[in-house]
Write a protein that binds this ligand. Structure first.
Ligand code: GDP
Length: 478
């Protein structure tokens, strides 16, 4: 069976061992089959079980997706407030919410949850999702139709909404009697969610939610690590991802294909500035301090990290010329930041002085957008292109707490060096440390034992779910 999957991958394995299905129109989304030309070989292989589940999901999506007979039928359920009998298709609707890095992580989380619970994922296109990503599933769209009845309520859904699961628990409006199962439930899984909302991560609550045909989720968190702590999903997850470190890597490579417009931004930049270097290094700078940078302590930290970890050579301030040969090893450094200050300073250092090794260092930064502009299309295209370009490097330095960096490391299959978060405007020592895995960090996990009904440290339950390097209370897969 495995061989059948592998053979369709040749030549150059543009289908990534069967992770991506064949038969999409190539021209309408060039990145889908051409990304392989810009990337190193996958260092891990997707399991044959993951591949078979993806094909099964695609079939389900085709059967239940927008405007299918099953979709129209399930839509009818929304008209009656309560349960009208089990439906053929059940749905998870993802609301477009938060920054782009966050949204990429939550889409992957929502998709995996849909896969685990046999739901069909439907995506609220927001202002930019269709502009940034190709359709990931063959034949039937993943976008929620614009005439979806609850759509105009998405913005107002919050913890106080009567449809909110946590609120329903607080109000005791949930019983398991069939008559009272609602046709839709809003799941509030955003960073400010409370203890009742967090019961989503308990098996008992999943048993109830399973019966609800329409689940609508708003989240800005990569919540997959906590799914691993739920006994009901444990076996399936271990079959899907024998190597736990690869969850976002494979889901990301499966789901997120830049549209042609964004692919143009990526490939033009790559060919012009990165392709010819012997080695590519990514440095992602995200400063969460208030006030406008650049800050000297951040610059010091970047340089301390890259030289201490041998990512970049030191410079020699005494000599004018180190090597007279025209054939020198070259390194291209891709920096990304909202600010151009760090890039200018690092570039000048390597222009003004030779490196002690004789290597030639080129420093490049595609944009400096100054501040986050979530509603602007060109801005988001550039942000997506930059995350993707970072993922094409050989070695990556990222900033603490940033989902922008998590996306790059996960797509690239890279275990980054993480710049520790500076405290009191001083560079930390050590300046950076190597991540345990390429997985993103879940920033707001629950700390609750559903069975014992007591608080626990969920970072100490199983060896593969641990506290993150960059956020002590976060959880990540290793
Ligand atoms: P996070 O806030 O770092 O977790 O990442 P998000 O992607 O969720 O939100 C930050 C947003 O700010 C991005 O989506 C971009 O809109 C913008 N942004 C932050 N850093 C950069 C950068 O280096 N380059 C570009 N082009 N945009 C950035």
């Amino acid at each position: 069976e495995d061989d059948a999957f592998l053979s369709i991958g040749a030549p150059k394995d543009k289908l990534l061992n069967g992770l991506i299905s064949a038969g999409f129109d190539e021209g309408s989304c060039l990145s889908r089959y051409h990304s392989v030309e810009y990337r190193k070989e996958l260092s891990h292989k997707p399991s044959s079980y993951l591949i078979s589940r993806l094909r099964k999901y695609e079939a389900l999506h085709k059967q239940c997706g927008p405007y299918t007979e099953s979709y129209n039928k399930t839509l009818e359920q929304l008209k009656s407030v309560h349960y009208t009998g089990p439906s053929e298709c059940n749905y998870l609707v993802w609301i477009s919410y938060s920054g782009l890095g966050n949204r990429i992580l939550t889409l992957a989380s929502a998709f995996l949850y849909a896969l685990l619970t046999n739901r069909v994922l439907l995506v609220d296109p927001g202002v930019d999702v269709a502009d940034l990503f190709c359709e990931p599933f063959p034949e039937v769209s993943w976008f929620l139709p614009p005439d979806f009845p609850l759509k105009n309520q998405f913005n107002s859904f919050n913890q106080e909404s009567p449809q909110c699961y946590g609120k329903m628990l607080k109000n005791n409006t949930i019983t398991n009697s069939k008559r009272l199962i609602p046709s839709s439930v809003y799941l509030h899984l955003a960073h400010d969610y409370d203890d009742h909302d967090k019961l989503f991560f308990c098996d008992e609550d999943q048993t109830f939610l399973q019966k609800v045909p329409w689940l609508i989720v708003k989240t800005d968190n990569y919540f997959i690590p906590s799914l691993y702590l739920m006994p009901s999903f444990e076996q399936e997850l271990s079959n899907l991802f024998p190597n736990k470190e690869t969850v976002f890597h494979f889901l990301g490579r499966y789901l997120f294909h830049p549209t042609n417009q964004v692919w143009g931004l990526i490939t033009r930049y790559y060919e012009a500035y990165l392709a010819k270097a012997d080695e590519r290094i990514g440095i992602q700078i995200r400063v969460f301090d208030t006030g406008t940078g650049p800050f000297q302590h951040v610059l010091d930290q970047i340089l301390a990290c890259t030289t201490k970890e041998n990512l970049l050579p030191e410079t020699n301030k005494q000599q004018h010329i180190i090597s007279s040969s025209r054939i020198q090893k070259s390194k291209a450094v891709l920096m990304t930041s909202l600010n151009s200050g760090y890039f200018e300073k690092v570039r000048d250092i390597y222009w003004e002085h030779p490196t002690v090794t004789g290597e030639v260092i080129g420093i490049f930064q595609p944009s400096h957008e100054e501040y986050q502009q979530t509603e602007k299309q060109v801005h988001n295209r550039k942000a997506w292109a930059e995350m993707y370009l970072l993922s094409l490097t050989d070695m990556l330095v990222t900033s603490s707490w940033s989902t922008f960096g998590y996306v790059a490391q996960g797509l690239g299959g890279l275990r980054p060096w993480i710049l520790d978060k500076p405290e009191n405007q001083t560079s930390p020592d050590p300046p950076c440390r190597r991540a345990m895995s390429m997985e993103p960090c879940f920033h707001a996990p629950p700390f609750y034992d559903c069975k014992a009904k007591v608080g626990i440290d969920t970072g100490k339950v199983v060896p593969h779910v641990r506290h993150c390097e960059d956020m002590s209370w976060g959880l990540k897969l290793v």
